[in-house]
Design a protein around this ligand. Structure first.
Ligand SMILES: [Zn+2]
Ligand SMILES: [Zn+2]
Length: 296
């Protein structure tokens, strides 16, 4: 059980049926979801959840719907915006709650695999190649890319595809929000039904300036992550492997074909499923000498 000054937070909130079971949170209804006990991760996750909620409320109510109402935007604009917003929050929830690929404590390699497996110095368990120990999650994770505080979870073999979807949809949503907010601030068209005496229309400009301000931080971060992660996937390298060997001293990996690389990450060769989060991932390429699913 977690310990610390915040360990009774949920009890203080009068949620007696809620408790942590390792890295999972048991809710009063009995449902268990993966949710790490990490207050720093909660803060980071809370910030991006707030930004998502802020833009999902204010961009449509201040910009999209008034302009659509006055026939300045086609119906496709609000439909596309709400679709991107919904997909972003679904990917965020799934990235947070999906097991990234925990190495079971009792897993045993076959005789063929044993030579490539290593022993974790912390857990003292045998683990497949490319596994790493995460000190925040306190477990070994298969093909661990990095621990991401923004999703309060590791990014590993089982949720990397969800993390990539989250990055792509976040980039689209942030770009769209900044563009619409800037368009409104610059163009500032008169709105026929916006009552300037009521909130939020009484604070339209400061509310939209805040969207542009947070976009200055999140847009470069999203662009950098999208291109960096896509590049890594094509080279079949993880962020941790890049940090351990930034100058490719162990050899420059030959780039994979984009279809092969993303089929491997997403667990399907069907291109139309690569950006759809509501499905199960199935490994389709057994790496040399190792297939996790033989142990399941
Ligand atoms: Zn470990
Ligand atoms: Zn972790």
């Amino acid at each position: 059980m977690p310990e610390g000054p915040l360990c009774n937070l949920l009890a203080l909130c009068e949620c007696p049926g809620t408790m942590w079971e390792g890295s999972r949170l048991r809710l009063p209804c009995g449902v268990r979801v993966r949710f790490l006990y990490d207050p720093q991760g909660w803060c980071a996750l809370g910030i991006i959840s707030f930004i998502w909620a802020y833009n999902t409320v204010f961009i449509p109510s201040l910009v999209i719907m008034p302009m659509y109402h006055d026939n300045r935007l086609p119906l496709a604009t609000p439909v596309f915006y709400f679709l991107m917003s919904s997909l972003t929050v679904v990917c965020l929830y799934l990235s947070v709650t999906t097991n990234p690929g925990t190495v079971p404590l009792d897993i045993q390699p076959s005789a063929v695999e044993a030579a490539d497996w290593t022993v974790c110095k912390v857990c003292q368990i045998r683990r497949p190649p490319r596994s790493h120990h995460c000190r925040r999650c306190q477990q070994c994770v298969r093909k661990m890319d990095h621990h991401c505080p923004w999703i309060n979870n590791c990014v590993g073999e089982e949720n990397h595809w969800l993390f990539m979807q989250l990055l792509y949809y976040t980039l689209i949503l942030v770009s769209l929000s900044i563009a619409l907010a800037a368009l409104h601030l610059y163009y500032s068209p008169p709105c026929s039904y916006c009552n300037p005496g009521i909130f939020p229309f009484s604070y339209t400009r400061p509310l939209l300036w805040f969207t542009c301000g947070q976009g200055v931080f999140f847009f470069p971060a999203a662009i950098g992550l999208v291109f960096g992660q896509t590049f890594n996937i094509i080279l079949d390298r993880t962020t941790l492997e890049n940090l351990a060997d930034p100058y490719f001293r162990s050899g420059v990996p030959s780039p994979r074909a984009i279809h092969e690389a993303f089929s491997d990450i997403c667990g399907t060769k069907n291109v139309f499923c690569w950006l759809w989060p509501l499905r199960r991932r199935r490994a389709i390429t057994a790496q040399a000498g190792y297939s996790y699913y033989r142990h399941m």
